[in-house]
Design a protein. Sequence first.
Length: 83
Amino acid sequence: MAVAELVGGEDLEDYYCVGLEWDWGDGTRSYRESDCDPFEAGMEIDRFFSARHVYAVPGEYRVRVSLVRAERRVARAGPTSES
């Protein structure tokens, strides 16, 4: 299971009701969209995300997750360099 947490910052509309794009590091990706009520000031945003993926071959993989809203990436986490 992969987990990601949005840490710090305010509960802004940009981070409300985001889609999640998981890049599993094995050439596959998955995408999940949320179905949410319209944003209102003072609403709390989701800050913890998880997903499951089954790899065809055992090994070490670099997993990245992107938060996407209105077809633009608003946050990304994961390895930033290749080794």
